[in-house]
Design a protein around this ligand. Structure first.
Ligand SMILES: Nc1ncnc2c1ncn2[C@@H]1O[C@H](COP(=O)(O)OP(=O)(O)OP(=O)(O)O)[C@@H](O)[C@H]1O
Ligand SMILES: [Mg+2]
Length: 251
């Protein structure tokens, strides 16, 4: 069963000089898959996630999540659909700054009718897994960028969504926190969650079951994991080198 079906998706940003960021992109993500999206800067990765998540509208083509086209839903149904079916980890975090970290994690659960005790227990469990238990009582303007990113992940996964969409979920994390986050995402995936994740980092992508590489708004290459994560990691590095897309640290 496919949790996500993207068919012949096109996205043109209109304006003084229109720009086509996605050209005829089709992909399916089956239940339980963990799919990575890679590609050079500007290749359309965030555009794809934004159109799938309904942050942005497609110009042509369709998106289906659990068989439903979310772009065809009215506002109220869409809000419920997004809350129940999709989790989002995006670069601007979506945190409510007047609430504490714990309240931020609990808010979507409360909106969905979870009893208070159950949602508090869930927030505490996730905070332990993500190494943010000590900041649960802080307001989100009092925490670091890396902590905010982990709070955003806790919030996104709290309700066990059918589809988790993540745009650079480890983008501002050090390697220890990146490891924690990737283990959490892998555990969720093993427990049955379906994930679509954009990343620049080959090591992060090597946790996926499959990687799609975008170039100039098209799917250029698909790399399947196979048995060994280490060998998969190397094949991802090789593919990105071929594209000239790996960013090297500048001394
Ligand atoms: N709102 C917008 N209006 C016009 N053009 C846009 C808009 N958003 C993105 N673009 C253009 O569309 C292309 C794809 O952008 P997108 O953000 O999807 O790239 P990306 O692969 O996520 O890159 P990065 O790795 O830098 O995050 C880029 O050329 C970008 O300049
Ligand atoms: Mg992007």
């Amino acid at each position: 069963m496919n949790v996500l079906e993207v068919s012949s998706l096109w996205k043109t940003y209109e304006g003084a000089s229109p720009y086509t960021a996605l050209e005829d992109v089709s992909l399916n993500v089956a239940k339980g898959e963990f799919v990575g999206i890679m590609g050079p800067s500007g290749s359309g990765k965030s555009t794809l996630l934004n159109v799938v998540s309904t942050v942005d509208q497609p110009s042509r083509g369709t998106v289906r999540v659990d068989g439903v086209d979310p772009h065809g839903l009215g506002d109220e149904k869409l809000a419920e659909f997004r809350r129940r079916k999709m989790g989002f980890v995006f670069q601007d975090f979506n945190l409510v700054h007047t609430l504490t970290v714990e309240e931020n994690i609990i808010l979507p659960l409360a909106l969905d009718g979870w009893p208070a005790e159950k949602s508090r227990a869930r927030a505490q469990e996730l905070a332990r897994d993500l190494g943010i238990a000590s900041i649960l009582g802080k307001r989100t303007h009092e925490i670091s960028g890396g902590q905010a990113q982990r709070v955003a992940i806790a919030l996104a996964v709290a309700a066990n969504p059918s589809l988790l969409l993540a745009d650079e979920p480890t983008g501002s994390l050090d390697s220890a926190s990146t490891g924690q986050v990737m283990h959490l995402l892998s555990d969720m995936n093993r427990a049955g969650a379906t994930l679509l994740m954009v990343t620049h980092e080959p090591l992060v992508a090597s946790y996926c079951s499959r990687v799609l590489v975008l170039q100039d708004g098209r799917i250029y290459l698909e790399i399947n994991r196979g048995a060994s994560q280490k060998e998969f990691h190397q094949r991802i590095i090789d593919a990105m080198n071929q594209l000239g897309g790996v960013e090297h640290d500048i001394a």
